[in-house]
Design a protein around this ligand. Structure first.
Ligand SMILES: [Zn+2]
Ligand SMILES: [Zn+2]
Length: 142
């Protein structure tokens, strides 16, 4: 499913630039706040740009946070299915791109007489940075 290199509109590019620079997922109103200087005036313009960016796989939505993150991977085909690792300590989010996940879930679904369409996985835990500081902080045994 190769998507042609469509030219983004100014608004889409502005929103994408912002998300790519951001270290954390952003909510729509935060995107609007930061892009107002660049000519985006209405929430609807933000949502329209996001819809398109999601459709072409440049941006993913993190459902539980109702926020958006730029895809970290080139040619990410997961415009519908996404898997994220979310740190419960610092809220850092990274994307998991296991290509076999859709077929794994399709198989599991099939066994339950269910037709798999897509998935939005959110895996919670502790990121590398936080687990380091946990070990340091936790080793106080005398
Ligand atoms: Zn992606
Ligand atoms: Zn963390």
């Amino acid at each position: 499913m190769a998507l042609s290199a469509e030219k983004l509109t100014n608004n889409q590019q502005t929103v994408l630039d912002l998300l790519e620079k951001s270290k954390e997922p952003l909510k729509a109103y935060a995107i609007l706040y930061d892009t107002q200087k660049k000519g985006i005036k209405a929430p609807l313009q933000v949502y329209r740009a996001l819809d398109k960016l999601i459709e072409i796989g440049k941006v993913h939505k993190i459902e539980s946070r109702n926020s958006y993150i730029a895809c970290e991977h080139k040619n990410c085909n997961s415009s519908t299915s996404t898997s994220f690792l979310i740190c419960e300590t610092c809220d850092q989010v990274s994307e998991l791109t296991q290509k076999n996940l859709p077929s794994y879930f399709a198989k599991q679904s099939e066994q339950a007489d269910f037709k798999y369409a897509k998935h939005n996985l959110e895996i919670y835990g502790v990121c590398k940075d936080c687990s380091k500081s946990l070990v340091v902080g936790g080793k106080i045994d005398h």
